[in-house]
Design a protein around this ligand. Structure first.
Ligand SMILES: Cc1cc2nc3c(=O)[nH]c(=O)nc-3n(C[C@H](O)[C@H](O)[C@H](O)COP(=O)(O)OP(=O)(O)OC[C@H]3O[C@@H](n4cnc5c(N)ncnc54)[C@H](O)[C@@H]3O)c2cc1C
Length: 464
């Protein structure tokens, strides 16, 4: 069992479990049984870890349980992907205090160019017309993972348990009893359980929450490429007969290519020699960026829409992909989740300020209701893009071209859409408005310093 760590962070030595007598085992189990925390976050991926970081100023006792060690190559959230982080998400990261760690590795998107191959329709959007420095930023997931793990490791009242897997949950009136596997079985009781364990969430299942899963029958092939004629700070979304292609600028001549293809074509695209692959991708852009000259490793992700029927039950709430997982065509999945957790952080800050119960079922249900509108519109928009822009019917082709031309021609419509995708539309949570998470009431009700008795070792996970 190790304290979660990034490549730059020193790991503590794994605990050695020697054979024990029945009595010793019973004592150990007893010692490990009743470690109470205020918030237990199952899943330390991009969303779970961001929530823990957002809650840091509240000085709550928080445990983040993550199945895969931070910094390891097999970490599923902080892998080789890059994420298009919206302007609104930048503000949330700023509010949390993470942006200075992310910014040096973030490439600004100042122009977006959307077009349909073989048709005249196109839509262009510029940061200047929206009055912002950038519409968004391209950030490698590993950079986000490193910034988050280093930030969390600095927080005295947040314990990061990794690798450790949440195995079971039992809802009780006063809290949620959980068991986790971390080189032995341990239990933690929490007032609030947050399931952030991804699209195939086992915690969601254990809570008895059904999810609608729609398999698009498509996969994203992602690969970093270099191009002959880069256009600075410009992201491209190009709809072609071979599926939509997105190019996200990573600086100089490098771009992250995301190519959505039907599953039947994945093997063929992976088997292509680099030159064949680069030519096929470049052909989608009709030479706009010249030849594609260098390709990195290709990886694929099967794509589906996951929508949990409800996002709270009793003292538990679902966030991130466990609550909703979107097609990456519009680059909205993480950005939407960041807005969710900023709103949840507001609710938990308000509860903390009045000494309320963090697992209050009604307040959690109210949080879910406040997020419904943004979640529905983002999900419907992404799903509509997926269906309309991968449909080969000629009549749909004409309709989507009219749509693109209309958006290009009418700034008001374009700006409305842009504000939503930039995460700056509607009522924004405190973090997204550049304010700290703590309300005035929070500050007055400042909790006493964390009790020294709350330490990782009390959880029996072999932490120092
Ligand atoms: C190809 C692709 C490109 C994308 N691009 C963008 C983009 O540009 N912009 C954008 O906004 N979004 C994008 N997304 C979406 C974004 O990646 C997701 O929204 C985000 O990763 C969701 O994070 P998460 O933490 O909810 O889930 P995950 O990333 O799945 O993390 C879940 C974590 O939970 C852990 N876990 C699982 N079970 C347990 C357990 N029982 N106990 C403890 N831990 C557990 C896992 O190890 C994992 O670390 C993209 C997605 C894909 C597939």
């Amino acid at each position: 069992m190790q304290l979660a760590a990034s490549p730059k962070v020193k790991h503590s030595a794994p605990t050695k479990h020697s054979p024990r007598s029945g009595k010793q085992q019973a004592e150990r189990d007893n010692n490990h049984a009743a470690s109470d925390v205020d918030v237990l976050i199952a899943g330390g991926g991009m969303v779970g870890a961001s929530l823990a970081a957002a809650l840091a100023p509240l000085a709550l006792k928080i445990a983040v349980v993550e199945a895969v060690r931070f910094g390891s190559r097999g970490q599923p959230s902080y892998d080789d992907r890059i994420t298009a982080v919206s302007w609104g998400s930048r503000r949330i990261f700023e509010g949390i205090g993470l942006w200075p760690q992310i910014a040096p590795e973030a490439a600004a998107i100042r122009h977006i160019h959307v077009s349909d191959r073989g048709h005249a329709g196109m839509m262009r959007l510029h940061a200047a017309e929206m009055g912002v420095e950038a519409l968004g930023y391209v950030v490698p997931n590993r950079v986000i993972g490193l910034a988050l793990s280093e930030f969390l490791l600095r927080q005295k009242h947040i314990v990061l348990l990794a690798p450790a897997k949440l195995e079971s949950v039992q809802m009780q009136a006063e809290g949620v009893c959980t068991t986790l596997e971390c080189g032995g079985m341990n239990s933690i009781k929490t007032r609030l359980l947050v399931a952030a364990d991804g699209a195939n969430s086992k915690i969601r299942e254990q809570l008895g929450i059904d999810a609608h899963v729609w398999d698009y029958g498509q996969s994203a092939v992602i690969c970093n490429v270099s191009v002959e004629r880069p256009q600075a700070h410009t992201a491209f979304e190009r709809f072609t007969g071979n599926g939509p292609l997105a190019l996200l600028p990573m600086g100089e001549d490098r771009y992250a290519l995301i190519w959505t293809v039907v599953n039947a074509r994945v093997a063929e695209i992976l088997a292509m020699a680099d030159t064949e692959f680069l030519d096929a991708a470049a052909a989608g852009f009709n030479g706009r960026l010249g030849r594609f000259v260098k390709a990195g490793k290709r990886t694929t992700y099967p794509l589906s829409l996951v929508h949990a029927h409800t996002q709270s039950r009793g003292r538990a709430v679902l966030v991130g992909n466990a609550a909703h997982s979107l097609h990456p065509i519009a680059g909205q999945g993480f950005n939407l989740s960041l807005r969710d957790i900023a709103a949840l952080a507001d609710v938990l800050a308000d509860i903390t300020a009045v000494g309320g119960d963090l697992g209050d079922e009604r307040q959690l249900a109210a949080y879910v209701r406040t997020r419904r509108r943004d979640q529905m519109s983002t999900t419907l928009f992404t799903d509509m893009l997926t269906r309309v822009f991968t449909n080969p019917l000629a009549s749909i082709g004409w309709a989507r071209n009219l749509g693109l031309l209309g958006l290009d021609f009418f700034p008001a419509a374009r700006h409305r859409l842009a504000r939503h995708n930039m995460g700056i539309a509607g009522r924004l949570p405190r973090l997204a408005r550049g304010l700290g998470i703590k309300s005035e009431a929070d500050c007055l009700a400042e909790q006493p310093a964390m009790s020294a008795s709350f330490s990782a070792s009390r959880m029996g996970c072999g932490l120092p």
